[in-house]
Design a protein around this ligand. Structure first.
Ligand SMILES: Cc1cc2nc3c(=O)[nH]c(=O)nc-3n(C[C@H](O)[C@H](O)[C@H](O)COP(=O)(O)O)c2cc1C
Length: 183
């Protein structure tokens, strides 16, 4: 089994999403899920913005196809995903490879992979909350992975910028969730 581990936070050692992805990968390895872990730090080694020429380079898509499980750290930046992660997504959502349009509309072709996403958000975006309409991170990631045939699993640390106490509480809760997710 191969695990693809992606981090995207620019916050280095202070990153909540990095702590969460590390824990998820450790759990997966512990349950003998992953003999091999491939790590990409998309903040330290960003993929360039997509250009037409780069469609010829399928290395990121090949890595995605080779993975049985993909663990992604996804901090919220300006209500959505970091551009570092968007550049990666631009290389895996490819017509004829991970989706196609058939008689019944779009069909995902990347079924059978496990995708676990660690969300880290400064505020709260629960349904009914004042900022709910600005949540374009989890909704986007769910939509894009559904589009290619995958139901992603999420673990979320929210309200991280509200107060140090809230940060500690949210992070502890989310770290606890990673154990359940990886079981
Ligand atoms: C550039 C930038 C933009 C951010 N934008 C938002 C935002 O729109 N909404 C929010 O709730 N938090 C926002 N935050 C806070 C982060 O989501 C929060 O600090 C989170 O912990 C980042 O994940 P990390 O700890 O893995 O780096 C932003 C942080 C940065 C650095």
């Amino acid at each position: 089994m191969t695990i693809l581990h992606l981090d995207t936070s620019i916050n280095g050692d202070n990153s909540a999403s990095r702590q969460l992805t590390r824990s998820i990968v450790e759990q997966l390895k512990g349950s003998l899920w992953g003999e091999q872990v491939l790590y990409r730090d998309l903040a330290a080694d960003p993929l360039p913005h997509l250009t037409l020429d780069q469609f010829a380079d399928t290395s990121v898509l090949d890595e995605f196809f080779a993975a049985d499980a993909i663990v992604i750290g996804a901090p919220m930046y300006n209500f959505t995903l970091p551009t570092q992660l968007k550049s990666w997504i631009d290389r895996i959502v490819i017509a004829g490879k991970t989706f196609r349009y058939g008689a019944n509309g779009p069909e995902g072709l990347a079924k059978g992979k496990r995708v676990i996403i660690a969300l880290a958000r400064g505020g709260f975006y629960n349904e009914g909350s004042p900022a709910a309409a600005l949540e374009h991170l989890e909704t986007y990631l769910r939509g894009v992975f559904n589009f290619i045939g995958i139901e992603p699993e999420f673990v979320a640390a929210d309200g991280l910028a509200v107060s140090p106490e809230q940060r500690e509480q949210s992070l502890a809760g989310a770290l606890g969730e990673t154990v359940r997710l990886a079981a």
